[in-house]
Design a protein around this ligand. Structure first.
Ligand code: CMP
Length: 139
């Protein structure tokens, strides 16, 4: 079924001017950008967004990284969008990502891994609502 997922183009990618290259790979994977904005996340936003990772050893570094420069938050729509997006992103750790994936192509490290994507339809809804008002999404 047609569904939506949430994506972030992370600071390591915006810094290297890869917004278009990443978006092209998302589009070529059958995903449509139905909302997009470039923002500089506040510390509060980053901590809130990654709240489930609060107890993880990498949490403070992750918040530091995600607020280190601009990001592009996007809503993606398509058939099985959550799974398709995860497929084209590749594994969290770029060393384990398959050839042809975004992270294999662009990621610098497990932290600076160029993109975020929702891991389930339920989380997609929560993450979309975190950054977008309904009227900002134009399907
Ligand atoms: P993301 O999919 O945005 O979700 C959590 C992020 O934490 C992850 O991508 C990485 O950018 C970052 N991270 C840093 N270290 C780790 C780690 N050891 N395991 C998982 N995620 C990590």
């Amino acid at each position: 079924a047609t569904e939506r997922t949430f994506s972030i183009i992370k600071p390591d990618a915006t810094r290297r001017n890869l917004t278009g290259a990443v978006t092209k790979m998302l589009e070529e994977a059958g995903l449509r950008v139905v909302a997009s904005k470039r923002i500089h996340m506040s510390r509060e936003q980053a901590e809130g967004f990654y709240g489930v990772h609060r107890e993880r050893p990498f949490f403070s570094d992750l918040v530091q990284f995600m607020t280190s420069g601009p990001v592009v938050v996007q809503v993606l729509e398509g058939e099985n969008a959550v799974a398709r997006n995860r497929e084209v992103m590749g594994a969290t750790n770029p060393a384990q990502a398959d050839e042809g994936t975004i992270r294999k192509s662009f990621a610098e490290s497990i932290e600076a891994n160029s993109v975020h994507g929702s891991d389930s339809a339920d989380n997609a809804k929560i993450e979309i609502d975190f950054f977008f008002k309904p009227e900002e999404i134009v399907g």
